[in-house]
Design a protein around this ligand. Structure first.
Ligand code: ZN
Length: 429
């Protein structure tokens, strides 16, 4: 793998023992900084030990941090809660979460913490082979979301020519991508397919455009094999997944050995995988909830933060040479999104994969009804007359061992999304 495909080859290929030493040193530095952090001082003091003195050895003694706690902290101590390590004047970067699942969470970064964001993005871009020769288009709304701005600044830091695509229609975005000869496009997986659809409707040939790399996050899609295939064939480009969270930063990225899963950035984070129900470490080879400690952000720290993302992690060697562990198949789903269909647990991404393998880039929606305490699913598919939609139900039954209903709806009748899709809808039975 060429040097420019790494952020820091030496660091990314360290043996496990050396990597642990790097993590330990960074964790102790973080622990020393958060001594003046009211939120964590309280959390850590409960157990009466010194994280700065013991490092990774003691990390498991710190209680988990949850999103609900952070939201509650800001509600109780407005506007920013007790999570700020330093005086407010040290935080020039203010962003917030969308608040779709409750109150928005304000998130602040110091100049030093912002540098950490950009460094994490450097891993994402380098692993996808992005260099200063590239022109990147950001198909984002550029709202208050930190990831949009960090992605933009991170690319600029690498010398990539950047065009922010906020405040534009899909057609305007496509024309900008073609006119400016963008070679890299960033969007949610859903929106990459939506742009491809608008391209087809307007006679624009994206597959022969200059775009050679697409980078996605926000949904599991880019690691879902048949979603990835649809994006890659529509754009004639290599599709890369990555993962992040406002509270942590961009914690995972995909290398060119894909689809091998998402590398966990173990130089910037310490990861654990736990059983979502019990909070105990997940059994080896079993999926579980990812817990992460951000080692480089001291201003608004996240220590043992429960991401809600379900992953299956292993540290098998990767052909790219990196020793960072990988989340196989990317983020498999959100803990909250798991469906229980006739007694079987299933994540939407698994259903997405089967549906896409049959209908390609067409739009669909899944209605969920509670029947006797269990989820009953109906997949509504936009497909031309004559499409064998019942094959989808059969394939889902064979692959996932669940029965679903399938209903054909007219092309163009389902919603389209510019950011994360909301294809799974709960309806009253
Ligand atoms: Zn790799």
């Amino acid at each position: 793998m060429p040097e420019h495909h790494f952020h820091d080859r030496a660091l990314e290929t360290l043996g496990r023992d050396d990597l642990c030493r790097v993590q330990d040193e960074k964790l102790r530095r973080l622990a020393r900084a958060v001594v003046s952090n009211a939120f964590y001082r309280e959390k850590v003091a409960v157990n009466g030990f010194n994280l700065a003195a013991r490092g990774v050895e003691d990390l498991a003694k710190v209680p988990f941090t949850t999103k609900a706690e952070l939201v509650e902290d800001q509600r109780t101590f407005p506007p920013f809660g007790r999570l700020l390590t330093y005086a407010q004047s040290r935080y020039p970067y203010l962003h917030q979460t969308s608040g779709t699942s409750g109150n928005p969470l304000a998130w602040l970064d110091t100049a030093e913490d912002w540098e950490t964001w950009l460094r994490c993005w450097s891993y994402v871009y380098r692993a996808a082979g992005v260099t200063e020769q590239d022109t990147a288009f950001f198909a984002f709304s550029f709202g208050p979301y930190v990831s949009h701005w960090a992605a933009l600044d991170g690319a600029r830091r690498l010398g990539v020519r950047c065009l922010p695509g906020g405040g534009m229609s899909s057609l305007q975005r496509l024309k900008a991508i073609l006119d400016q000869k963008a070679t890299v496009v960033l969007s949610t997986p859903t929106y990459a397919l939506r742009l491809a659809e608008v391209g087809r409707e307007n006679g624009l040939d994206l597959a022969s455009s200059a775009v050679r790399v697409t980078i996605h996050a926000g949904e599991p899609g880019a690691s879902v094999p048949h979603v990835r295939t649809c994006i890659e064939s529509s754009w004639g480009a290599a599709c890369f997944d990555h993962a992040g969270a406002t509270e942590l930063g961009a914690w995972g990225f995909e290398c060119e050995s894909h689809p091998g899963g998402i590398h966990l950035n173990e130089a910037e984070f310490i990861f654990e995988v736990i059983d979502h129900e019990t909070g105990r470490p997940a059994a080896t080879g079993e999926p579980g909830e990812l817990v992460a400690t951000a080692l480089g952000r001291t201003g608004m720290p996240a220590i043992r933060y429960r991401t809600g993302d379900i992953v299956l992690v292993d540290d098998e060697p990767c052909v790219c040479g990196r020793t960072f562990a990988r989340a196989r198949g990317g983020v498999l789903g959100r803990a909250d999104d798991m469906l229980v269909v006739r007694g079987m647990n299933v994540y939407p991404a698994a259903i997405d994969d089967v549906v896409r393998s049959h209908i390609g880039a067409a739009e669909y929606e899944v209605e969920i009804r509670k029947v006797s305490g269990l989820d009953d699913l109906t997949v509504k598919i936009e497909a031309p007359e004559g499409t064998a939609v019942n094959d989808v139900a059969r394939a889902i039954r064979e692959r996932l061992n669940i029965r679903v209903g399938v209903q054909q709806v007219p092309p163009g009748s389902l919603p389209r999304y510019e950011s994360k899709a909301r294809r799974y809808k709960r309806v009253e039975s």
